[in-house]
Design a protein around this ligand. Structure first.
Ligand code: ZN
Length: 653
C-alpha cells in the first residue's frame, strides 16, 4: 500500500510536469513520452519532455543522446558495418530501413536547437554513423541542477532487426526515442549502437501515452494507468513506471492478452503477469505462464523481491524471431515459436533468462556496452541455476525421446570449441566476432561463476549474489564492484581467479596425462657390499644382489596443465585394494608426478573429482583407469560421455 501511495504521488507529479525524487532509485531522468503509431507508414510520431538531473560535481554544458534507430538507417552505420553489411550484395527494400529524426529540441521558452544537434562517433570515428548526437545548451546545467527539454521526433521502424521493428502488423517499438546518455566521472558515457552491444542508461521515471489504431492490442513497460478511445478511431494507453532506465512497447492486432497474478509470501511479491501471445502461438502459452512464475519465484527468493507491479511477456509474431528474446524493464520478448516439443525447453529458458534481466541489467544497471558479462554472464549463471532447480540438472535443457541434456552441458559445449582470442571482460565491439562475444559474455562468464560457486561453496556463493544485488540495485556497478563483493563476502583473495578467468583469454584444461603401474623388478646389477636396497640381510660371497621383494608395485600418476589458466588441483588416486589418496597440487608447473611404492597397484586417477572446473574445456582427459591386462586407458566420465553421445545423436540427422 505504501508503494502504491508513493507511485500515485509520482504519477501526479510527472503529469504536472514537475519531478520528485522517490522510489527505489535516485531519479536522474524523467521522461514524459507521447507516441502515435501510424502503421500505414511504419512510423511512430513522438514527443518527449525530458528532465535530466546533473548529479555530478561540476557544470555540464552539453547533453548527449542515443538515436539508436539510426543504426538501421543504411548500410554504412556502425551497427550494419559490424554486422557485415558492406560485404552483402543483397539490396533491402526501402521499407526495411529505419531511422529517427529529431524535429525540434528546445528548452521550454527557448529557441529550437535541433539544427545544432551534432552527430558524434566516440567509439570508432565512423562519420556515417548517426546513433549518438550532442547538443550544446544555452547555459550549462549547474551541479545538482536540472534541465528540461521538449523534443519532437519521428521514428521510422525497420523491418524487424535486432530488438526493434515490424513484421506485418506486429510492432516491437524498442530503442525508439532520443535517450540521454549517462554522465559519470565527469564525462558522458554514450556509446554508438554496435553490432554486438546492448545498452546503458540512467534510472528515473517514465510515463508514456501510446496512441494506436483501436484494433491494436498494446503492451508496454510499466503499469497501465489510463486508457481512452479517441474520436479518430484510435485508442490511447498511458503507462507509467519509476525505478527503471528504458521504455519499450509493442502493438499487434493479433495478440491475445492474458492476465494472471503472482503472489509470494517470502519474500513478499505481488505482481501482475501480462501475456501478449500471438494467436499463431497459443499452444505455447501455458509454458510461458509456468516458466515466468518459476522465474519470478527463483529470482525473488535468491536475489531479492521483484518490486514492480507488472511484468509483461510478449510473444513475437511469426517471422519476427529477431524480435524475440529481448529484455526491457518490466517487459520482455519471449521465444517466438508455434511448436516446440515439451522436453525441448527453449521457451522456458528464454522466458526465465529474459525475465532475469529485470535483475541483471534492469535493477542492477551495469554498462552493457563495456562489461556485458555483468548482465549476460551473471544472468546466464542465474538462468542455469533456475532451470536446474525446476527441471533437474541432468535434463534442464532437453528431455526428449530418451535424450537428456542439462543446461551446464549445453553451455559447456560452446566454450569447449572456442578460440583463444578474447577475454570475457572487453567492450562489446572489441571482440573478434559475434560468436566470440556471445560465448565469452554468456557461456564462459556463466561457467566462470559456476566454477566460483564450486570453489566457495553454494551457501557462500548465494550470499555473494544476494549481497551484490542488495548493494548495487538501482546503481551502476562495474566488474571491480562484483569482485569486491565476492572477496568481502567470502573473505578470500580472488584476484588470481578473476585476473585469469575474466581478464585473460586463457583456457582452463588440466588432465591425467599418464598413469602406469608395474611390479618393481628384482634388484639386478652391482650393489655395494651386496646389501639390499633397503632392509634385509647382506649376503656374503658370490651373489651381491639383495633379495627380491615380490609383490611391491610402483604406480606413477602424471597430471598435466594443458591450458594457460592456473587453477589449484585436487587428484583422487584409487588403489586396487580400495584405498584412496587425495593429492593436492598448486597447478603452477606444466606437470607433476605422484609416485607410490605399495603392495597394491593404482587402479585409477581422477583430477578435479568434485567437478569444480566448470570452465575446463576438455573434461575427457580428467581421469584414467588401468585396464586389467592392458595399458592405462582413458576413463570417460560416464555423465559426460552420455551427454556427448546424446549430443551427437541430437545433431545427427
Ligand atoms: Zn540476455
Amino acid at each position: 500500500m505504501r508503494r502504491t501511495a508513493v507511485r500515485c504521488l509520482l504519477v501526479a507529479s510527472v503529469l504536472a510536469g514537475s519531478v520528485l525524487e522517490g522510489g527505489l532509485a535516485k531519479a536522474i531522468v524523467s521522461y514524459d513520452l507521447k507516441a502515435r503509431l501510424r502503421p500505414e507508414i511504419r512510423t511512430v510520431e513522438g514527443s518527449e519532455t525530458l528532465t535530466w538531473l546533473n548529479d555530478s560535481g561540476g557544470p555540464v554544458p552539453e547533453l548527449r543522446f542515443h538515436l539508436y534507430l539510426n543504426a538501421f538507417r543504411n548500410n554504412r552505420s556502425t551497427f550494419m558495418v559490424e554486422r557485415g553489411a558492406l560485404a552483402s550484395k543483397s539490396v533491402r527494400p526501402a521499407e526495411d530501413w529505419g531511422s529517427i529524426e529529431v524535429k525540434s529540441l528546445r528548452v521550454p521558452g527557448g529557441k529550437d536547437l535541433a539544427s545544432t544537434l551534432e552527430f558524434i562517433h566516440p567509439d570508432d570515428g565512423n562519420t556515417d554513423d548517426r546513433t549518438v548526437a550532442r547538443v550544446l545548451l544555452p547555459t550549462p546545467v549547474p551541479p545538482g541542477g536540472r534541465v528540461t527539454l521538449e523534443i519532437e521526433f519521428v521514428s521510422r521502424l525497420p523491418k524487424v532487426i535486432a530488438r526493434s521493428g515490424y513484421v506485418g502488423e506486429f510492432y516491437l517499438v524498442g530503442q525508439w526515442f532520443p535517450k540521454i546518455g549517462v554522465f559519470q566521472n565527469g564525462a558522458w558515457n554514450c556509446h554508438q549502437y554496435h553490432g554486438n552491444s546492448e545498452f546503458y542508461a540512467d534510472y528515473g521515471l517514465f510515463k508514456a501515452e501510446l496512441t494506436v489504431p483501436a484494433q491494436y492490442v498494446v503492451g508496454a513497460t510499466g503499469k497501465r494507468v489510463a486508457e481512452r478511445a479517441n474520436a479518430d478511431g484510435t485508442k490511447t494507453y498511458t503507462h507509467y513506471q519509476d525505478d527503471i532506465h528504458d521504455f519499450a512497447w509493442t502493438a499487434c492486432p493479433d495478440f491475445r492478452e492474458f492476465h494472471e497474478f503472482f503472489v509470494l509470501e517470502d519474500p513478499k511479491v505481488e505482481t501482475e503477469m501480462i501475456f501478449l501471445v500471438h494467436r499463431a502461438h497459443l499452444g505455447i502459452k501455458d509454458r510461458y505462464v509456468r516458466s515466468l512464475r518459476q522465474g519470478i519465484e527463483f529470482y525473488s527468493r535468491n536475489y531479492g523481491a521483484y518490486p514492480y507491479p507488472t511484468i509483461t511477456l510478449v510473444d513475437p509474431a511469426p517471422g519476427a524471431v529477431s524480435a524475440g528474446g529481448m529484455e526491457y524493464p518490466t517487459f520482455f520478448t519471449a521465444d517466438s515459436t508455434s511448436y516446440m516439443p515439451a522436453g525441448v525447453r527453449m521457451p522456458e529458458m528464454v522466458t526465465i533468462h529474459e525475465f532475469g534481466h529485470n535483475y541483471w541489467y534492469g535493477m542492477v544497471g551495469s554498462n552493457e556496452f563495456e562489461e556485458a558479462w555483468l548482465d549476460e554472464g551473471i544472468n546466464t549463471y542465474s538462468e542455469i541455476k533456475a532451470m536446474d532447480r525446476y527441471y533437474g540438472a541432468d535434463r534442464s535443457m532437453i528431455d526428449w525421446g530418451g535424450l537428456r541434456i542439462g543446461e551446464i552441458a549445453y553451455q559447456r559445449l560452446s566454450v569447449i570449441g572456442s578460440g583463444r582470442f578474447d577475454p570475457i571482460l572487453k567492450s562489446s565491439w572489441g571482440f573478434i566476432g559475434p560468436s566470440s562475444y556471445s560465448l565469452n559474455v554468456y557461456a564462459k562468464a556463466g561457467l566462470m561463476l559456476l566454477t566460483l560457486e564450486k570453489m566457495l561453496g553454494e551457501p557462500v556463493m548465494a550470499k555473494v549474489m544476494r549481497t551484490y544485488f542488495e548493494t548495487w540495485k538501482f546503481r551502476h556497478p562495474t566488474s571491480r564492484d562484483f569482485i569486491r563483493v565476492a572477496q568481502d563476502v567470502s573473505g578470500r583473495d580472488l584476484g588470481w581467479f578473476f585476473g585469469q578467468a575474466l581478464e585473460s583469454p586463457d583456457k582452463l584444461d588440466y588432465g591425467i596425462s599418464d598413469l602406469r603401474t608395474y611390479e618393481i623388478a628384482p634388484p639386478d646389477g652391482l650393489f655395494e657390499g651386496g646389501k639390499p636396497l633397503s632392509g634385509g640381510e647382506a649376503r656374503p660371497g658370490a651373489d651381491p644382489k639383495p633379495p627380491r621383494a615380490p609383490g611391491l608395485f610402483r604406480s606413477e600418476v602424471t597430471v598435466a596443465r594443458y591450458g594457460e589458466m592456473i587453477f589449484p588441483q585436487e587428484i583422487l588416486v584409487t588403489f586396487e585394494n580400495g584405498d584412496k589418496v587425495r593429492e593436492f597440487w598448486d597447478g603452477r608447473d606444466r606437470w607433476k608426478r605422484f609416485v607410490y611404492d605399495q603392495g597394491s597397484r593404482v587402479r585409477s586417477a581422477e583430477i578435479d573429482p568434485e567437478g569444480r572446473m566448470m570452465l575446463d574445456v576438455n573434461s575427457l582427459n580428467n581421469s584414467r583407469v588401468i585396464d586389467a591386462g592392458g595399458p592405462a586407458a582413458m576413463k570417460f566420465g560416464a555423465g559426460l560421455l552420455k551427454w556427448f553421445q546424446g549430443l551427437l545423436s541430437f545433431i545427427a540427422p
